[in-house]
Design a protein around this ligand. Structure first.
Ligand code: UD1
Ligand code: UDP
Length: 352
């Protein structure tokens, strides 16, 4: 088989690493990097740390409004698909790079494989929700991480070639967890004590692009004395600067640049609590059994909400603080597969 994989944003590099490893044992994969993320610590570092083969095509699309960014990707990916004539085109998750890859392939009658299919927040104001719905509806193979995702697709009458194979991010965590423990020096570098700090990540547009939401979030953080480490996404950094909001009122805060995956796994596993709006980080908190507070109104990862393992708080200062201060003791029962999602994906495609 010849498969084109379209990638572009940080979480996609992490999801693709385990699948690509298995795929390349017996098949040809060409990687197209759209260039949606381009800073070294948002892109190159993941290729290096996770041994992802160098992209065969780099489109250097960069940042921009949705139309411009996605449109440029569509044009460039189309040229490559016409030239390479792949058997399948594979996309991950819900970014603009996902939608662009899926749309091009569907129009050229190349079957689309969507990994992390079927997730829904039921909030179409999120760009990710639009991207997911569109991608799922033009995909030929839909690989879901949970039964909830399967049911979401059933509700939209998508039942053909839908498989729950578990979560490829769980594969990635199992594969890299020990390596992270061996290699990462992030705790010492930032004088962090195991279980003595909270880990923060915030980057979703519904938070960063709303001044009041960011004010609330910072107000809540200003009332938390525990040490907090915040690897800051460039979107958030730019937005805070444009709002003129500074972080001086937040005590014991260490803002650092985005970190590589091994450092991130180390931060996640050693945090006391995780405060995030990231999809991937919510799950990693769950996999590593670290209580999570999610600064969003909805989550696609509803399984993580059981027994308050993850608490959804939106942007109310009070709710954020209550959740951070709440003692929780969940049993972490939810299932995200057996760490072999990547093998299952490749086997299923091979059989067909
Ligand atoms: C994108 C995805 C989001 C995902 C996130 C993962 C869409 C619509 N959103 O959001 O679902 O959760 O990636 O991290 O696809 N920037 C840099 N350097 C970079 C990348 C971005 O400075 O390497 C800055 C630019 O100012 C850019 C902004 O971040 O305008 C936003 O980047 P963009 O890729 O448009 O969206 P993300 O917020 O990263
Ligand atoms: N991540 C990372 N370094 C960071 C922040 C996040 O390696 O500084 C990883 C994180 O562990 C997870 C993925 O990036 O695997 C999540 O991506 P992100 O939060 O950017 O996007 P989302 O999952 O919300 O789409």
């Amino acid at each position: 088989m010849k498969i084109i994989t379209v990638l572009g944003a940080r979480p996609q590099f992490i999801k693709a690493a385990p699948v690509s490893r298995v795929l390349r044992e017996n098949h040809t994969e060409l990687i197209v990097h759209t260039g949606q993320h381009y800073d070294a610590n948002m892109s190159d570092i993941f290729f290096e740390e996770l041994n992802i083969p160098k992209p065969d095509y780099h489109l250097a699309v960069g940042s921009g409004n949705h139309g411009k960014q996605t449109g440029e990707m569509l044009q460039k990916i189309e040229e490559i698909v016409l030239k390479e004539e792949p058997d399948y085109l594979m996309v991950y998750g819900d970014t603009n790079s996902t939608l662009a890859g899926a749309l091009v392939a569907a129009k050229l009658h190349v079957p689309v494989i969507h990994i992390e299919a079927g997730l829904r927040s039921f909030n179409k104001k999120m760009p990710e929700e639009v991207n997911r719905i569109m991608t799922d509806h033009v995909s030929e193979y839909l690989f879901c991480p949970t039964d909830t995702a399967i049911h979401n697709l059933e509700n939209e009458n998508i039942t053909h070639n839908v498989f729950n194979i578990g979560d490829v991010m769980y594969d990635a965590v199992l594969y890299n967890r020990e390596l992270a423990e061996e290699k990462s020096e992030i705790l010492a570098a930032n004088e962090l004590e195991k279980k003595g700090f909270h880990l923060i990540t915030i980057h979703r547009a519904e938070n960063t692009d709303d001044l009041q939401n960011m004010k609330n979030i910072l107000e809540a953080f200003s009332k938390v004395e525990t040490v907090k480490v915040w690897p800051m996404h460039p979107r958030t950094k730019h937005k805070l600067a444009s709002y003129g909001l500074d972080l001086d009122a937040v005590p014991n805060l260490k803002v650092i640049d985005p970190v590589g995956y091994l450092d991130m796994l180390t931060l996640v596993s050693n945090a006391q609590k995780i405060i995030t709006d990231s999809g991937g980080v919510q799950k990693e908190a769950y996999f590593m059994q670290v209580p999570c507070v999610t600064i969003r109104e909805q989550t696609e990862w509803v399984e993580t909400l059981e027994e308050d393992a993850n608490i959804l708080v939106g942007t109310s200062v009070e709710k954020i603080l209550d959740a951070i201060n709440k003692n929780v003791n969940p049993s972490y029962k939810a299932v995200f597969g057996d760490g072999k999602a990547s093998e299952k994906i490749v086997q299923i495609i091979e059989k067909r």
